[in-house]
Design a protein around this ligand. Structure first.
Ligand code: FES
Length: 270
């Protein structure tokens, strides 16, 4: 159960780090100290009517801070709600609900972690790369980052300090490989030992669907963090329903409460 203190956050900074992309640091309660890579928060400006509903945003980093914690949120100002959030300043209050959802599952015998990010999908994967570098000594971390162009390649500085190997792609070829990040990943897929490698991916649904096609005939394991529109974030409104394959056939799941992390092969793509 969340206390009133858990639902309040204070903005420490909120700056544009790339065209249309912002990095917000928040002072939050100590309940966030246990947040795990893959989990998210529902965030809305405190004391305002707009946006009416919270916005689901992935956690980019976590550190202890005073009596509580400091989290960072990397987000794109893509709609009205996130545009309003992007105008907020140091000292402004936010209403926050979290940490919510499940987390990436780290196989105990994994010796290589391959992270594949498209666009703002890098945000939760940076948190994962940080945890792998701190707690999983000896695990090789390879990070694929795809973006529209060099200016919108995000998270590079963070994954480099995690001793990760980084592969870049841009749609316009202004940095790294020219083309979708999934093509770059597909070129390297055969070089990974499927038994000891785990893939973790996040990005827009067309990218994740393409990932499912690429690994369809390959035994490598792949977890994906699904990004869906959400209203409640807690399994009550059914607004984030997706279809998954189970032994009992196709069933419905809520991204917010059953996910947001799923086995890629379970997802039914429409
Ligand atoms: Fe309401 Fe998921 S956002 S059920």
């Amino acid at each position: 159960m969340f206390t009133k203190e858990d639902l309040n956050a204070e903005i420490l900074s909120n700056v544009e780090v790339a065209p249309g992309h912002y990095l917000m640091a928040l002072s939050v309660s100590r309940v966030f100290r246990d947040a795990q890579p893959g989990q998210f928060v529902m965030l809305r400006p405190g004391g305002r009517g707009v946006p009416f509903l919270g916005r689901p945003l992935g956690i980019y980093s976590l550190a202890d801070h005073d009596e509580g914690a400091r989290i960072e949120i990397l987000y794109r100002a893509a709609g009205r709600g996130t545009q309003v959030i992007s105008t907020l300043c140091e000292g402004d209050r936010m209403e926050i609900l979290g940490p919510l959802g499940n987390r990436f599952d780290l196989p105990p015998d994994m010796d290589t972690a391959v992270l594949v990010a498209g666009g703002i999908g890098i945000a939760p994967l940076v948190f994962l790369a940080q945890q792998l570098s701190c707690r999983s000594a000896g695990v090789r971390v390879v990070v694929y980052i795809g973006a529209r162009d060099a200016a919108t390649l995000l998270g590079l500085d963070r994954v480099k300090v995690c001793s990760a190997e980084v592969r870049l792609s841009t749609d316009d070829g202004s940095a790294g490989y020219r083309g979708p990040v999934t093509d770059l990943f597909r070129e390297d897929l055969g070089s990974f030992d499927a038994v000891k490698t785990a893939v973790f991916a996040c990005g827009p649904n067309p990218m994740l669907k393409r990932m499912s096609e690429i690994v369809a005939d390959h035994p490598i394991s792949c977890q994906v963090l699904m990004e869906e529109r959400m209203a409640c974030g807690m399994g009550a409104c059914l607004g984030c329903t997706i279809e998954v394959r189970t032994r009992q056939g196709v069933q419905y799941r809520q991204v917010c409460s059953d996910g947001p992390v799923f086995d890629l092969r379970e997802i039914v793509w429409r």
